[in-house]
Every structure is written in structure tokens, then in C-alpha cells.
Unconditional design. Sequence first.
Lengths: 372, 423
Amino acid sequence: MDVLSDLKVVELSRMSAAAFAGRLCADAGAEVVLIEPPDGHPLRHEGPFRGDSPGLETSAAHLHVNATKRSVTIDLQSQAEAAVHLVAGADIFLTDLPAEVLDPVGLSWEALHQRGPSLLMTRVTPFGDTGPYARYAGTNLVSIALGAQLKITGDPGRPPLTNFGSQAEYQAGLSAFAGTVANVLLRDASCEGEYLDLSVQDVVSTNLEQRGTSFNLGIVANRAGLTVSATYGVYPCRNGWVYLTAFAPALWDRLKSVVQLEVLDDERFSNQASRLENNDELQAILTEWTLSKASDELREFARQGYPLTVAEDEESLLASEQWQSRRYVSNVAHPAAGTVSVLGSPWLAGEVAVVRPAPTLGDSNELIEGLG
Amino acid sequence: MDWKSGRLPLTGLRVVDWSLYWAGPYLGMMLHDLGAEVIKVESPAHCDPMRTVIDVNRYSGDTGKPLTPEERVNVSQHFNEWNRGKLGIGVELADPRGRQIFLDLVSQSDIVIENHRPGAKDKLGIAYSDVAETKPEIIYASLSGYGQTMPERNAMALGSPVELPSGLFLRNGYLNDNTPAKTGFSYGDPVGALAALSAVLLAVRQWRKSGEGQYLDIAMRDALSFGIGAAFTDWSMNRASRPRSGNRHPVYAPQGVYRAKGDDQWVAISVRDDRDWQAFVGVVGADEWQDADAESRRANHDEIDAAIEAWTSERDARDIESDLQAVGVPAGAVLDFADLKVDPQLKARGAFAEIEHPVFGVEVRATSQWTRGDEPQPLERPAPCFGQHNREILGGLLGIDSQVIDDLEREGVVADRIKVAGD
């Protein structure tokens, strides 16, 4: 996809949200220049690394999130002019830096907008530009906590648990990308610049399933562990895990037709209410069945449309026929990391974007030669 | 982009929203938030199940009794949450006349979105190929669990279960635990919806440049996997299985979720570097750890956690948050939904607003995430009751004679009530 191939993006980021947005811009064809501090973007310092040996070029997070970008190194303390020059020549400025860093060096929206009235700027920060928390510090975990996604994940009786990775940052990265493309559409029509002030807390607290029932009905949601009920929850299988999803009558009939146990025709399980009443017995019966099956057998049932979903790991997914048919994995040759697998944009729309390896530190420093 | 001046990117575009559950409806709602007119299409025999099927809507009015499906249909707080701002029609798509209404509506529209099981649109004759015959420049987005390609096209994966085949589920879990964990809500839905939104917006730009539409195939599974893409790159380099990391971070130490004062009260704290650590120790007073560098903090994380929790468990989570934030250390109370509703920061951003629903009454809903701050989105239109805008859309937009609509209603092709099948 080359929808953004006429656009230049400058990304100045320290966390993942703006970096995810920059990656998606690059996949959509934009030229993305990542401004890094002289010792490299923080993601370069975040393990795991190739061979579990720390190195600036071989962190998996950097190789994924910064793929297809170019890199320049700029010390904002002493070379801010170079950054301002780069941004002035760009169409889009993506950043997550706090105002106290951007404003003194001429990278505030006001200063940039005055200099280049058609520039688009997206700033994604933990709490946004306004409100009493505007200057507060955040991390992925703090954003998950204050966005109310943390407290509902984990086992009852144990502490709240964040999901793996940087999920608050990822959600905000997707939202920042969508919001930025939305502003591109506005600018295409008006030639005017736009500023997007995106708050990670805003995004996380918007993406909540149970908010309406809680706010308007007072229904309390809390940690439920692996199983919501016998007909909607995760079960262990012989060598993995499977989610059974038979919460509606037609789905229950489908599940019975694959489980093929007479006991499920019992009066105790004849309708949704009775299945809930006899939840524990039903769960025990279904557990015995799932434990007798291997992931491969269950995956075949899933492909035939039975109401179950099988857990996969990195190895099985990278080799999966489905991802081959979607051309979702690119194997790219990186000068330091060797040949590595990198996922493409998560949508199929015409031609699949070419993924290039993440840049080595400062690989495009010629762009700032003689500046700053 | 703002509401005050009406500067919105999709103004003038019309979306046909044939969606159900969460991901598709949320995609439609976000297109509305960006300025599009969104028309939700439902069949009387198969309305969006968020209205009725799932036994999550325990709203029971004053009677204390569960509501029947007919009573639930317009008051579901799940449905009303993700369909605000839309118009709604009830048309039986399995009837050829209903299908024709769908195609006529598409010919007056710019974008179709749907998230039914991949076979459904073919069965009804409203797939991209059917629609593109009458409207070649249409943008048609399908959002599903695994995508429209084989071999997994027909496999079922709703927003919560889809975490399992994405790789995320097996990585989730408490520190060094053997058992994985699932996110406490249908996490594949919002992530899939945001990915689909991105694809639709790119397609709109393509269409404005070239005049050409396209078909978009978005898999919730792929959208979840992209968020942990580093795990796949790691596997390709190292072929190593990694222990579960719980609430810890590869660089920040200490980081954790610590018990605060009160029942089930918690605070999240991240110490990113030595500066944060010095500031943190200054507040907590854990002097014996003052000189610990990052490596030693990681090595002694368990012991440090115990010392931190001894301090936090005596204090209110919000007080810990403000004391640590005052010295620049990232900390946040672990909010529940009641806390969220009154959170001062979200309130100042205009995150939530009231809207009057004709059947339910006053509802509190989230505003657009892109226009918070100075001018949050005013919420003007609640989610449609089933078939609420039949006359307006069929008579007005499509120009169907009102007597013809009468006939269609009599024959059940057009309806403002759902058709309930027995359990």
C-alpha cells in the first residue's frame, strides 16, 4: 500500500505509541525519519536481543516497531536546530515528548505552525495537553491502571495483572495513526495544518467493554481469571489451551455435536439458565473432554466452524498457512541482526506493503549534515 | 479536527454499517466520530445480538425481573454504548426485497463495514462482488477473527477468544507462572476496530485521489499479533520460550502493582531510571536501597517489592499517586469503573458526557478520543432503537413510496420490532 507515499514524516519518540504510529505510516508508504538520541531510541535498549546479548541494533522491539524507518541521531540539548529543520521540511511531525522538552527548542505546535502552516502534528502523551494530570509522568503500566483496563485482568484473589507487551501504548499508537490519517484527509482538502492532542489514558478508557453497563446500570466488573462460565471460558487441552464459546443456544448445539457426549443431553444442561445453574458440573465434564484432545485435533474442529478457539504460539503462527495466505510475515535481512521475521500492517488491502529492516543507528545522518 | 468549527475529515460520507457485537459497531461509531453519517442495518430475525442474546444486560427497571428480549432490545448498555450517533433500520436481508434495499442503500453510500462470519455476506448476496456491481467505487471493509483467506476463514473467533490464536494469551500471565492469562475483556474487538479504522481511512484517501474503491480484509487476530510483534521477531532470532513477566518491565525496575490501603485497592508504580529511583526513595524513605543501581534493583526485585508494599499498603492509592507524581515518578491508582466515571483528569478532558436515550433515559457515554481537551465532542444522537429510522431512510433517502413501505412492513421485510425465536 502506498497511500501515503507523497508524505514525509518526522518521528521524535521515546515510548512505543508514537513509534507504532510511525511504523504504520512507513508501511503505508510515507518516508519516516526517526530522530534518536545519540545513544539510540529507548526501544533499542529493551530486551530481548539477538542471542540474549544486549546490542543497539538487535533488540526485537526495535526491529519490529522501527522497521521501514530511517534513523538520524540528534542531541536535542545541543542540536535542536537540526530537529527543527527536519520537521520544517516534513508533512507530519509525530512525537511523544513532553512540552517542557519540546517548547524551549522551538518544537511546540505554536512555533511549528507559525513556521509551516500546513504541517500536521500529532502528540501522544500519557494524559494529553490539558487537565490536572497534563504534566504527570506515565508508563504503559500506569496508563493501563488509570485507564481501568488493569483492575479487571487477572485471577480473583490475586493482584491485578497487565496483559503482555505495551498494550496501552499499542492502542494509543493505533489511535494516533488513525487520527493522523484523519488529519491528512482534512489537510488534503484545506492545505491547512492540524494538531492532534492524544491522551493514552483517553484511548485506554474508551476501549472498555463493560463501561456502559457499569456507568449506567452500576454492574461491577472484576477479575474473573480464565473462565467466565462453563460455556464461555478457557480450558486446558492435552498440550495447550482452548476457548469454548457456546454462550448462545445455537452455539451450544454446535458444541454438543463435536463433543459427542450423551451426558450433555441431560436435563441439567437443557437451556442456558440450567447450564449456568449446573456450571461446575458442566465445566468438569468439558474439562475432561478438552484434556483428551490435542491442539492439532481441536484446530481442525475450529476450522470447520465449531465454537472453539485454540491457543497458538510464535512458532506455530510464523509457520501457519493462514499467515502465508495473508502474506503477513516478512523475512528481512538486517546487517546486524541477520535475517529476522517482521509482521506487516494488520490489514489486507491490495498490494502488501514492503517491510524493510529497522535502520541502524544514524543510517540517514546525511539528512542533517551541516545543521545544528 | 474539531466540533466547534465542524472541521471533521469524513463529513459528507455515508457508511452502511452491517455489524454486530463490539468490533464492527465500534468501527462504525468511530467513523461517525470523524464526521460520517452512519446507518446501522439489522435484520428483524437477526438483530445485533448485543441487543438481546448475551445475558449481560441485567437492567431490570423497577420490577426486579429480567427483561424479555423485546424489552431488552432498546436498552442494552452494550449495544447503546457502541452504536451512539448512528441511524438504524430494520430490514430482512434474507428476503430479496430486503437485499435490494441494502443494495440501493449502498449505491447512495461510500463505505460498507461488516463483521459477520465470512460466509454470511456471500449467502445473502451482499458480498463485495455483489455490491461492487452496482457501486464499483465502494470501500468495503470486512472485519473478522482470522481474515477472509483460507484455511482459517471459517473458524470462529470473537474478541475475547481471539487472544488465544494471536499469541498474546500464551504470553500473558503472572510472573514466572505456568498458567497463561486472558485479558479481562474482549480485547481483540477494540484493537481490531482501530486497525480496521486505519485501513478504511487510508482507503478513503486512495479513493479521493484515484476515484477507486477497494475491499479491505482485517483480522482481529493479526491486529493483536502486531501489538506483540517483537515476540515474533524474538522467536525468529532466538527460538527461545520466555518466562511470563507479570507486571514487570524489561528495563524499568522496580515496576509493579502494589497493594494500597482498603479492600482490593492497588497502585501501579514504574521506576524508569536512577533519577526516578532517587526521587522514589526520597518519598518512601527506603534508605537501605538508596544506592542500588538498575542492575541490583532488578536482581533484588522481590525484596524491593516487599519493602514497597509495606509502605503502599498503609496509604491511599490516590495519595501515593500524587506524592510520587509530585517528584516525577510515574504512578497511578488502579481504577475501577466507578473511579473512572469521576476521574478528575478524564473529566477535565471531557471524556464522558450525558445523552438522553428515548427509552433508557439518561446515559453516560464516552466522547470521541480525537477531540478531547478544549472542545470535546457534543453527544447529540443516542444509539438507534431497532428500526427507528426506517421511514426516514427508506422514504427519504431511497425515495420509496410510503404505501410500498406499508406493504413491506406488513410482510415483515421492514420492521421496527425484532422477531424472537424460542430458546
